[in-house]
Design a protein around this ligand. Structure first.
Ligand code: AMP
Length: 283
């Protein structure tokens, strides 16, 4: 497995590997890898001739009061997992390589579409500008045919899909399903912050989504009622940023589910912020 810290070297590797029409699959991550990330790697390896994974904790998507400094960086474990998974190349640039002179000196950024405004956009106002910008930069550093993103970060996936469409980027976005722990907790790098008690309480997130899905499948298509089912189940959390049922395309509120919808949750358990979601597909 090759590792690259320089954009030029990473780009040269992609150019070389794509000779003769071979396809490259890119899996962007912030490291602290788990089975959720590896599911994207497996999908990329299955779909593409070559697979590259990036590990970069992007400073511009964290607000000043967020966990940038504490974000886990177990780089040796990550590299071992990627080697075992059969990844050929890892792009792990420094912040200086991605933002020479520091992020503050960068005047150019990607301002995502309206789908970035609600939900996370309200609670983390600069987050998606940071995400869209760094993903755009990763697409330039590791030019690939396909990029694999998890449905775990549902709104992020929407933002990236819109960016690729709106800016005519020559890359296909491949959404991948949420991977969960056996007890239903969606895998997340932030789960390692949870104490035993907090982890037990966090199980209410998956349970609330199960209840909503069950009610929906039994014919309840009223978002307000579904949201109150979710709220009832989320009481073990310390706070709820949002627990909503919205249109799956626009992420805007709806009065009745007549087209595909999605239930989206963001909560805090202790100081740890967790997100999860469940798509509600109209038969
Ligand atoms: P992160 O390292 O948190 O930025 O995540 C990198 C990629 O892995 C994103 O596309 C996430 O949506 C995806 N991902 C994270 N957790 C999961 C999960 N539990 N199941 C599937 N994909 C995931």
């Amino acid at each position: 497995m090759e590792t690259f810290t320089s954009i030029d070297a990473m780009r040269a590797w992609c150019r070389e590997k794509s000779r003769g029409g071979n396809t490259i699959g890119l899996v962007p991550t912030m490291g602290a890898l788990h089975e959720g990330h590896l599911s994207l790697v497996h999908a990329a390896k299955k779909d593409c001739d070559h697979c590259v994974t990036s590990i970069f904790v992007n400073p511009t998507q964290f607000a000043a009061n967020e966990d940038l400094d504490q974000y886990p960086r177990p780089i040796e474990d990550d590299l071992a997992m990627l080697r075992d998974a059969g990844v050929e190349a890892v792009f792990m640039p420094t912040a200086d390589e991605m933002y020479p002179g520091g992020p503050q000196t960068h005047a150019t950024s990607v301002h995502p579409s309206a789908v970035a405004l609600p939900l996370e956009g309200v609670h983390r106002p600069e987050h998606f500008v940071g995400v869209a910008t760094v993903v755009m930069k990763l697409f330039q550093a590791a030019p690939s045919d396909r990029a694999f993103f998890g449905r775990k970060d549902f709104q992020q996936l929407c933002v990236i899909e819109h960016m690729v469409h709106d800016l005519n980027l020559p890359i296909e976005i491949v959404p991948c399903d949420i991977v969960r722990e056996p007890d239903g907790l969606a895998m997340s790098s932030r789960n390692r912050y949870l104490s035993d008690d907090q982890r037990q309480r966090a199980l209410c997130i998956g349970k609330s989504l199960n209840q909503v899905e069950q009610a929906f499948l039994e014919g309840n298509h009223d978002p307000k009622q579904l949201e109150s089912i979710m709220a009832d189940h989320l009481s073990p959390c310390d706070s709820v940023d949002y627990a909503v049922v919205v249109d799956r395309q626009t992420l805007l509120p709806i009065s009745e589910i007549t087209q595909n919808a999605v239930a989206l949750v963001a909560v805090r358990v202790g100081v740890t912020r967790l997100i999860d979601n469940r798509e509600l597909i109209v038969a």
